[in-house]
Design a protein around this ligand. Structure first.
Ligand SMILES: [Cu+2]
Length: 494
């Protein structure tokens, strides 16, 4: 895969003093397949199938999900052992409607525990699918709940304590889409797999025997497991035929720990129409967007100017500076109808600062050098939130049901080892209230559940805690950090 520097003002602008992005240095490059590859972009982009609803009533949806082992030929004739939901790699797209009753049977056919977490979903704590709801090997989990949430691009993935990173890496992830009257009525592309395209972007590295090179040694825990191959919907260098009109891309950074800047090779402008938890108030024009692990954005791109038969490349830049030509769009037919994106997508109810009852402060720390021994820095306390690591037996924060809270989250920069972190809260969709004391950029002003916090940055988020009591997680969504214990528990109490 070619590595090129194409997008100007890319992640270099976010460069980290002292951070180690040498990637494979500790393990040595020799054990890994290198990125040289015959030219691709011939295989069609896989579109995850919509999961068939087994229910007969429109107000109720019933699904079955098998968590299973599989195999993929990422390299011809050299199968890679994988995990998948109802298939070999990744999972089907679950699509539900606001207000619908949702039931699913999750059969764990693996030889180890897993969980199934609904990332971004406002859901009763007992059905959250976090580390407190393990599904032991060979058993079935049967959550039942009502969707109480506006249209959004969410996703699902395992979240078992200490196993999340490895299970996601092997292929466990899928889209979870909510539709409602607003999304029905908006004049935007909405034909699934035709002009409304889910794109989960992930990087991977491989051993020479073509198996995933996933490790949790100290280097990989601190830096995250960063790959040198890029997969889009589980395929390397795929291409997709599209019409010469508006195409909506539901982008998910489904990588373990990579931060991506995503844009087009020809720098074309696109419109961001939704963040993690739903539509923005108005489309925001950009020509690249940064998504940390776990974040989503819906963007609409216009291919009307592309000559029939020509291709447009989607580019992905990792924070450490590697560029990937992720996939190509081949414009091979004219648009049937000319769609004009609306100027206003929906009114967005902004939570006022005055509504907040409480301000809580969180410090995400990569290394606490003061507590470690000098010269043995990596042996010191690492990857903590407020100096603590995850403990099932400890409730870190108690939040009153019905309250509104501001959480002020600081990524403590350090001289020796600074890392970006991405803070994710279960239960709520929050709003970014400020970034380093300033209003957030326009595309961060919608609903969010995951937010990138660079070293030295302070982000304030505001959330309403409604409907459900119980214990939920907050954690860094760099999965190697999460697995290492960069996570805490908040309990919503009545
Ligand atoms: Cu982190």
């Amino acid at each position: 895969m070619k590595r090129r520097t194409l997008l100007k003002g890319g992640l270099a602008a976010l460069a980290l003093a002292g951070a180690n992005y040498t990637g494979l240095s500790l393990l040595g490059k020799s054990g890994f397949i290198d990125t040289a590859r015959a030219d691709g972009f011939t295989a069609p982009l896989p579109i995850p199938p919509l999961l068939e609803d087994l229910g007969s009533r429109s107000d109720s949806a019933r699904f079955i999900m098998n968590v299973q082992q599989g195999s993929m030929d990422f390299f011809p004739g050299k199968p890679t052992a994988t995990l998948g939901y109802n298939g070999n790699f990744l999972g089907p797209t679950i699509r539900v409607r606001n207000g619908q009753r949702f039931r699913i049977n999750v059969n764990n056919n693996l030889t180890q525990t897993t969980t199934l977490h609904w990332h971004g979903l406002h859901v009763p704590a007992q059905w959250d699918g976090g580390p407190r709801q393990p599904i032991p090997a060979g058993t079935t989990w049967k959550p039942v709940f009502t969707i109480r949430q506006e249209a959004a691009t969410l996703w699902y993935h395992p979240h078992a304590m200490g196993l999340t990173g490895e299970q996601v890496y092997q292929g466990l992830a899928g889209f979870f889409l909510i539709e409602d009257e607003v999304s029905d009525n908006l004049n935007i592309p909405k034909a699934y797999g035709v002009d409304d395209i889910p794109l989960v972007i992930q990087d991977r590295r491989f051993f020479r025997n073509s198996q995933f090179a996933y490790a949790q040694n100290m280097h990989d825990i601190l830096n995250g497991v960063i790959g040198n191959y890029l997969l889009v919907n589980g395929a390397m260098q795929p291409s997709l035929s599209v019409h010469g009109g508006l195409v909506r891309l539901r982008l998910l950074n489904g990588s373990n720990s990579s931060i991506y800047r995503i844009g087009f090779k020809d720098h074309r402008t696109f419109k961001v129409i939704a963040s993690d938890g739903g539509f923005l108030e108005q489309p925001v024009a950009m020509n690249s967007i940064v998504l940390s692990a776990g974040e989503r954005a819906e963007v609409v791109v216009d291919f009307a100017d592309v000559e029939m038969g020509n291709q447009v490349s989607l580019m992905v830049e990792q924070m450490k500076g590697s560029f990937f030509e992720a996939m190509r769009f081949t414009v091979d037919r004219a648009a049937e109808t000319a769609v004009q994106l609306p100027k206003i997508l929906r009114p967005l109810d902004k939570i006022p600062e005055s509504e907040a009852d409480t301000i809580r402060r969180f410090t995400m720390e990569t290394m606490s050098m003061g507590r470690g021994r000098m010269g043995m820095g990596m042996m010191g306390r690492r990857l903590t939130i407020n100096g603590k690591k995850m403990d099932f037996n400890r409730i870190d924060e108690q939040v009153k049901l019905g309250s509104t809270e501001i959480w002020e989250i600081t990524n403590q920069g350090a001289m020796m080892m600074s890392m970006p972190h991405s803070m994710h809260l279960h239960d709520v969709q929050f709003q970014v209230f400020s970034r380093n004391g300033q209003p957030p950029p326009l595309h961060e002003r919608g609903r969010k559940d995951t937010v990138l916090i660079m070293p030295g940055e302070t982000v304030r988020i505001i959330s309403r805690f409604r409907d459900y009591t119980g214990v939920y997680m907050y954690h860094c969504h760099l999965l190697e950090h999460e697995d290492d214990g960069m996570m805490g528990q908040f309990e919503v109490i009545s």
